[in-house]
Design a protein around this ligand. Structure first.
Ligand code: GLN
Length: 455
């Protein structure tokens, strides 16, 4: 714990952390030592980790990387934070991210950008950018993130770490600051699928405090990851596994370097015994407009709670209640958050609801159905995570250009399917490329097994 805190301080310029607290971390480390002395064991006992600043924590401030929550401290811990503490993990601090998890570059943090350790002039991805940077720069062996439309998978890909977003409902959302509630899921980022499996097992399970939490027991994903597949033979551990390649994931939208790295990873899978089959997800392109209607709609509702009364920031001088609300929100929210509140309010308003929101909901169902059709032909779907490697900080100024970069992660999010990012090699300028693996509902074990085989 001490060594890593020193390492965090030495690499402050990476912008991975929003806060650390040595006293809290050492207290937790000592508690873990005491548990070990009592004979307790466990893969996470005494392991230093850090949490995306979207999870509320009693022992550290929680800001969601927003000025709106400057100085806010939660009276309770998020369920995921609590579960990892129960498992004995030690929290070093809170990790940078895009404000309220809105973004894919970490440039929307109200505090500071996070930098990609592979090239510090490049973005690390987002919104869980700090989490990916912290793991990639070896500041922590593992970290939590959240994924609404790709925020675990995409920064993992751009920073060369492994990350998994489980099936919607697998991890409790209690205490996870809400962005788009029908999409938000927690997930770990770590150095390997094996480490992700250990974290995900600790982070899953039914939580009566989250109405969308699935009533299914936590699984031992590490056991799933090491268990041999039925049909495996010596040297061909993935014999019989059908990997579906959606043709829409390999078209003109992908840069050549990313496509090459992904194809090479797929060739490795063939050597391991898997067969590649072409499948189709015909509504892939529609995932962008559908997501950028549904996510802002839910965000506009979720963010109405930041009114200057109940949480964090309040404007200093105002004339009456309405002005207090207006000034508080004008000062507290950054530009991307305001943009989404406006889009969301617009698509939900009378007269536009049917044309936009309802239409998007119908298409969301069709996108989920397309996946089920694809899973009749394959066990796991594979493709790129991001159409390009990490781009320069400040390099994408148009908001729509940022939205388009989410094309390959949004479909699984809209369908509520588990997805993960596995390091697949390097592309342009020596920057990392991630391979995305998407599984059917509750197939996290199979996904992690498949990812592990490549590592
Ligand atoms: N990049 C996407 C967005 O900006 C996804 C963010 C996320 O998953 N939290 O909404």
């Amino acid at each position: 714990t001490k060594q890593l805190l020193a390492r965090v301080a030495a690499h402050e310029q990476l912008g991975a952390f929003l806060c650390t607290d040595e006293a809290v971390a050492l207290r937790q480390a000592e508690a873990a030592d005491a548990r070990r002395a009592r004979g307790e064991t466990g893969p996470l006992l005494g392991v230093p980790i850090a949490h995306k600043d979207i999870f509320v924590t009693r022992d550290f401030p929680t800001t969601a990387a927003s000025r709106m929550l400057d100085g806010y401290r939660s009276p309770f811990d998020a369920t995921v934070v609590d579960q990892l503490a129960q498992a004995g993990a030690v929290t070093l601090g809170k990790l940078n991210c895009d404000e309220f998890a809105m973004g894919g570059s970490n440039e929307n943090s109200a505090y500071l950008p996070a930098r990609n350790p592979w090239n510090t002039e490049r973005i690390p991805g987002g919104s869980s950018g700090g989490s990916a940077v912290a793991v990639a720069a070896r500041l922590v062996p593992a970290a939590t993130g959240t994924d609404t439309g790709g925020s675990v998978r995409q920064p993992a890909a751009l920073c060369n770490v492994t990350g998994i977003k489980p099936t919607y409902g697998r991890c409790s959302r209690y205490g996870m600051i809400a962005f788009a509630s029908s999409l938000d899921q927690a997930g770990p980022l770590a150095r390997s699928a094996e480490d992700c499996a250990v974290l995900l097992s600790a982070m899953s399970g039914f939580d009566p405090r989250d109405a969308t939490s699935a009533d299914r027991p936590a699984e031992d994903y590490r056991a799933a990851l090491v268990a041999p597949r039925a049909g495996a033979t010596a040297g061909r551990p993935l014999q019989g596994l059908r990997i579906g390649l959606p043709k829409e994931f390999f078209g003109a939208g992908v840069s050549a370097d990313v496509a090459d790295a992904v194809r090479q990873a797929l060739a490795e899978y063939e050597k391991l015994g898997a067969t590649l089959v072409e499948v189709s997800l015909p509504r892939t392109e529609l995932a962008i407009p559908v997501y950028y209607i549904i996510a802002p709609a839910e965000a506009s509702s979720n963010l109405s709670r930041y009114d200057g009364v109940r949480y964090g920031h309040r404007a200093q001088a105002y004339d009456g209640l309405l002005e207090m609300y207006k000034k508080t929100r004008a000062e507290g929210f950054g530009p991307e958050v305001k943009r989404r509140i406006m889009i969301g309010t617009y698509v939900l308003s009378h007269g536009y609801y049917d044309a936009y929101y309802l239409q998007a909901q119908k298409l969301r169902r069709m996108i989920a159905d397309d996946f089920q059709a694809a899973f009749r032909q394959c066990d796991v779907i594979a493709g790129p995570v991001s159409p390009t490697v990490a781009w320069p900080i400040g390099g994408k100024t148009d908001p729509v250009a940022n939205y388009l970069a989410d094309i390959f992660t949004l479909p699984a999010s809209l369908a509520g399917l588990p997805g993960m990012s596995v390091p697949a090699g390097f592309g342009e300028a020596g920057l990392p490329v991630g391979l995305q693996l998407i599984g059917n509902y509750w197939k996290e074990g199979e996904l992690l097994h498949t990812a592990h085989a490549l590592q």
